[in-house]
Design a protein around this ligand. Structure first.
Ligand code: 13P
Ligand code: SF4
Length: 321
């Protein structure tokens, strides 16, 4: 859906009206907008910083403005607050969660961790602040391999919460990390059989995938990487056509960077759903972004003790990135 249609669907104002109202509010309130590639196109277009989880966390740590609007999911906004606690951090929809983060309840994880007292815990940034406090170091899909490789080979490692990313890293680094059984609903929805059929229909296309996808899907990928890595790859690579297994929002920036190339979303099991859209990410709309700036709400509020403890493994990640 193009930008204008996605706004008009809400029946309030058109894109340019929202965009200029948001611009004015940003100036008045000394605010800045950080958006993830999975946000709807209209939000990506008004963002000051657009990127993957690592980039958004790194930018958030450097921002001097009074207000940060994190147009992404809750763990991203929470991370921004943890690393820049004196700023007011807003999120367009507080219900924008993440199936991966939800798949790792802190109480259950603490019990699991206690079974391996000598293990180092690496947690994927897609988890709650409570899980971060139970972790030694955080990683994102951009730096996960590097972070795992920074741990001595004789050390036992627990990797949480994404079992698919964990299994991929085990293969890549030749380790045997203990994996928490969590996953992303979006990346698990891709159909291996349909992807194989689609590759046959587009024999010149390269198949590229995010490492949150399941092993059989990753095994047939020409390239695997974080959203930013996928975006960089299609810009440098000479191929003209790609089948892309990650949330469809990234196709907007890919198409902008490479207007002459063709990007095809990887097919999902269930033809009746828009499963390659993250329903959590898409809870944020341009109208909600405008309202959250106007009302300075919803705001991410956290207690200091939790923030201080969760910051330690994030800062370790920054040092290694
Ligand atoms: P990256 O953009 O860091 O690759 O993460 C993907 C994702 O699932 C974010 O929720
Ligand atoms: Fe979470 Fe998956 Fe959505 Fe990313 S795409 S926010 S991992 S549910």
């Amino acid at each position: 859906m193009n930008i204008k249609n996605s706004i008009l669907k809400e029946g309030v104002k058109d894109y340019s009206e929202y965009a200029s109202a948001i611009q004015k509010l940003k100036e008045e309130k000394n605010a800045v907008i950080l958006a993830h590639y999975y946000q709807e196109e209209s939000i990506q277009e008004v963002a000051d910083y657009l990127g993957d989880s690592l980039y958004l966390a790194q930018q958030a740590s450097k921002i001097n403005n009074d207000i940060i609007v994190l147009a992404g999911v809750h763990f991203m906004a929470e991370t921004a607050k943890i690393i820049n606690p004196l700023k007011k951090v807003l999120i367009p929809d507080l219900k924008a969660g993440c199936s991966l983060a939800d798949s790792c309840p802190p109480g259950d994880f603490a019990t699991f961790k206690a079974k391996f007292p000598d293990a180092i815990v690496i947690s994927y940034i897609n988890c709650s602040a409570e899980i971060k406090t139970l972790s030694d170091i955080v990683c994102t899909s951009s730096n996960a391999k590097k972070i795992v490789e920074s741990i001595p080979r004789d050390k036992k490692i627990i990797f949480a919460p994404d079992k698919n990313l964990g299994a991929y890293l085990n293969k890549e680094t030749n380790r045997n990390m203990i994996l928490w059984d969590g996953s992303c609903v979006v990346h698990e929805a891709f159909s291996f059989e349909k992807i194989v059929s689609l590759i046959k229909v587009h024999p010149k296309a390269k198949f590229i995938a995010h490492p949150e996808s399941e092993s059989p899907v990753l095994d047939i990928a020409h390239y695997i990487g974080s959203t930013s890595a996928l975006l960089n790859f299609v810009q440098k690579d000479k191929t003209k056509e790609y089948i892309v297994a990650t949330e469809v929002g990234i196709l907007h920036e890919m198409q902008k960077c490479c207007p002459e190339k063709k990007f095809i979303p990887a097919p999902v099991e269930d033809d009746t759903c828009a499963c390659s859209e993250c329903g959590f990410m898409k809870l944020n709309t341009l109208e909600k972004l405008y309202r959250c700036l106007l009302e300075e709400s919803p705001e991410i509020k956290m207690n200091k003790k939790l923030m201080d403890a969760a910051r330690i493994p994030i800062e370790r990640m920054f040092e290694l990135s």
